[in-house]
Write a protein that binds this ligand. Structure first.
Ligand code: CA
Ligand code: CA
Length: 288
């Protein structure tokens, strides 16, 4: 072999090695009824797709199916650093989902599934998500056009700058494609950048606490109903709280507290909701 060819082969081998090192490795294990996924410092791209029987889940990493599991009750994911994307689609489990995405700008999408097996999403326990508080960290809990989302327990999301919980039901009444939360809803952005919370067609049976951060934040709520107390706090920055009106009005069966914090804050649609009790509003400079 001449030396030029040896050099070329050596360079190719090095490039292949570099490519292999740059690709994320997601390891997985099923222990009793818990499916545990662990990413690395690279950009993990992971899908968990519900198939067949309740508790059946297919694992897809970098668009390749790498595992298929039966009898899953709980799911625990830590994608570590890197810009990670985790999708949980049409999964039906009796237990809970716990997710950490760490540093990096991450996407977590927990959806009903239109794309694969046409399924609603059901989690009997809690959805607990910590996203690391990077600007651009995005959390979605979404129904699809024909497939609703039911969470039996609490939904807790910390450290996402964009938070979207959306169903397709057109009104605050109970609709098949709503997002139903049996427990409490807690969203704490705490990101040093503008943050947003969007709730559409959500039914919350427990209490709700929505906290943004200290920048110019928005909280938008439409077609949703809340059976227990709701508190919305937007802290520093010039914030906008928007409630839809008319057919998309919200219903608050218990108390509503809105605290705009520092800054010039606005509450739009202030009179649009069905309110069992007059709202308690603090530090909101403009309402209409
Ligand atoms: Ca990662
Ligand atoms: Ca993050």
């Amino acid at each position: 072999m001449n030396s030029a060819r040896t050099l070329t082969i050596g360079m190719c081998a090095s490039l292949i090695l570099l490519a292999a090192e740059a690709r994320a490795t997601t390891t997985f294990a099923k222990v009793a009824g818990t499916l545990k996924l662990t990413g690395d410092a690279q950009n993990d791209a992971v899908q968990l797709v519900g198939i067949g029987n309740p508790g059946s889940v297919v694992l897809v990493v970098d668009a390749q199916q790498v595992g298929s599991f039966e009898g899953i009750h709980d799911i625990v994911v830590n994608t570590a650093a890197g810009d990670d994307v985790l999708e949980v689609l049409g999964v039906q489990i009796g237990g809970s989902i716990k997710i950490k995405t760490g540093t990096g700008v991450d996407d977590v999408r927990i959806h009903g599934d239109n794309g694969h097996f046409e399924r609603s999403l059901f989690v009997g326990g809690n959805v607990d998500v910590s996203m690391g508080r990077q600007a651009g960290d995005t959390f979605e809990l979404k129904a699809e056009t024909a497939h609703g989302v039911s969470i039996g327990g609490n939904v807790v999301v910390r450290g996402a700058s964009f938070n979207e919980i959306t169903g397709f039901g057109g009104t605050a009444d109970l609709d098949a494609t709503d997002v139903r939360i049996g427990g409490n809803l807690r969203i704490q952005c705490g990101v040093a950048a503008n943050s947003g919370i969007l709730l559409v067609a959500v039914n919350v049976h427990g209490s709700t606490k929505l906290d943004t951060g200290n920048q110019a934040d928005s909280v938008s709520v439409a077609s949703s109903q809340f059976l227990r107390p709701v508190t919305i706090r937007t802290f520093g920055g010039d914030d906008i709280i928007g409630f839809s009106s008319g057919a998309f009005q919200n219903r608050f069966a218990s108390t509503l507290v809105i605290d705009g914090g520092a800054g010039a804050d606005q509450w739009l649609g202030a009179t649009a909701s069905i309110q069992a009790i007059a709202p308690n509003v603090k530090n909101v400079e403009t309402s209409s």
